[in-house]
Ligand binder design. Structure first.
Ligand code: ADP
Length: 443
């Protein structure tokens, strides 16, 4: 600054001295004064011009290059330009962080809508747009009430109590694909709020399944328990003939065995769900398994009715299969015993083992029983789903057999195929993965 004052002073002096040197001695004072005035005006004009250039640039700094001015204005321009650059860098960092945060929210499986104090949409992620049927770009600044027209939601917003979420049916919900959404408002800042949406369809379905399961188990246990307690009460209070007593005890044993089978099946299912998939370390000869199934089927057939159901066993390949012995035995024999239980007396049952073209093994059980109507087939592996309730109970069924088969097969990487027609018998087949099958010659 001092240097600039000195330069200004020298400039004024130069303005005074120059005319003094060239005019007559009597005109020196007025000429010197005029020279000072001209120099001062010139200095001021140049300063003004530089300031004007700087001001012009400051009015639209981003659009043009800063002016190339010298002196104090040059330094000011330089400092301003540096400030601008720092601000731009800070803005870029803030913008980058903002974009990162938004990208994070975009990736969220939950819907997020930012609302201003008037409940207008400031921003929403794609999940929220899909949940609520918004257009993430075009619906910005739209009032939320105009887009979510569910009356329950309008009431929820009006009540102002957002401690619990509101569950509504999603826009894309159909009878075959129900969609249930949980919506919750979280107020923040000055009157703003955050609307979170969450797809709770699977959660609700799981909850419904759990409720059904508990109801089914209770129902299954209640019936034999009622029978048991009835007989115990009778035996306690009524004097019985020895053969009646014997008959009652027989029924009581049958009912307690029924409960035991149910509990065993439930434990098997929970073990299957809670344990890791079995490895391929243990190899079992299919021929040996088939003979065990034949013996079991004949024993069961004899207990059901004295008339036989001929069992034909066909072993196309002398193979071995890998997996958990108990699981494989329980799943395959379940299919064989089902065939026996649902096949009328005298009708044949065919149990076979073969290979598919791609090397996978196929264990199939074909019966000539009542068959199953197509609408029941997709539901057969659900727990406690029965087509013929009374036949299932009469033959000691729990309604869990095929659920166990499905679990075992899936855990081994296989596939359960059911082909059936009402009145024309059924084929229950297990396709076993090629990696878990080997011929006995390969051993
Ligand atoms: P359950 O113990 O009742 O037999 P499952 O899970 O083994 O239970 O089978 C479910 C239902 O599938 C049975 O109740 C029955 O209605 C039907 N089902 C199973 N196997 C056969 C079959 N071979 N023929 C006809 N219906 C069958």
């Amino acid at each position: 600054m001092l240097w600039r004052c000195c330069r200004f002073f020298f400039f004024l002096c130069a303005g005074a001295v120059l005319p003094i040197l060239v005019v007559r001695p009597d005109l020196r004072w007025p000429a010197g004064l005029a020279g000072v005035l001209v120099a001062g005006t010139l200095w001021f004009a140049v300063d003004l011009w530089r300031a004007a250039l700087l001001l012009k640039w400051l009015r639209q700094p981003g659009e043009r290059e800063p002016p190339q001015v010298r002196g104090i204005w040059g330094e000011i321009t330089d400092r301003v330009r540096r400030q601008f650059r720092m601000k731009d860098q800070q803005l870029a960092i803030v913008e980058k962080r903002r974009q990162d945060v938004l990208a994070g929210i975009q990736a969220s499986p939950n819907g997020v809508v930012l609302l201003d104090a008037d409940q207008r949409i400031e921003w929403c992620n794609q999940t929220a747009a899909e949940h609520l049927g918004f257009d993430a770009v075009n619906d910005q600044a739209q009032h939320l009430g105009n887009l979510v027209r569910e009356p329950a939601f309008a009431r929820y917003v009006a009540m102002g109590d957002y401690a619990r979420p509101l569950i509504i049916t999603g826009r894309s919900s159909t009878a075959t694909h129900p969609v249930r959404l949980s919506l919750q408002l979280h107020p923040y800042g000055e009157g703003r709020s955050l609307l979170l949406s969450h797809d709770v369809t699977t959660l609700e379905q799981a909850e419904a399944m759990r409720r059904d399961f508990v109801a089914n188990v209770s129902h299954e246990i209640r019936t034999p328990l009622t029978v048991l307690s009835g007989f115990v009460e009778t035996m306690l209070h009524v004097p019985l003939e020895p053969e009646d007593r014997q008959r009652y005890l027989g029924v009581m044993l049958q009912q307690s065995l029924r409960m035991q089978t149910l509990v065993n099946d439930l434990l098997t299912l929970s073990r299957l769900e809670g344990s890791p998939p079995p490895g391929a370390g243990q190899w079992l000869p299919v021929g040996v398994l088939m003979e065990q199934f034949r013996a079991e089927a004949e024993a069961l057939s004899a207990t059901l009715t004295p008339v036989e159901r001929p069992l034909r066993v066909q072993l196309a390949f002398d193979d071995e299969i890998a997996g958990s012995e108990t699981e494989i035995h329980s799943a395959f024999s379940n299919l064989v015993t089902n065939a026996v239980r649902y096949t009328p007396v005298g009708q044949p049952i065919e149990v076979s083992w073969g290979r598919l073209a791609d090397g996978r093994g196929i264990f199939s059980v074909k019966d000539h029983g009542p068959g199953i109507a197509p609408e029941h087939i997709p539901r057969l592996t659900e727990r406690f789903y029965r087509v013929d309730r009374s036949r299932s109970r009469e033959t000691g069924g729990t309604g869990l057999g095929l659920a166990i088969v499905k679990h075992v097969v899936q855990r081994h990487g296989g596939e359960l195929r059911i082909t059936s027609r009402a009145g024309q018998g059924s084929v229950f087949a297990v396709v076993w993965p090629a990696g878990r099958v080997r011929t006995r010659e390969d051993i």
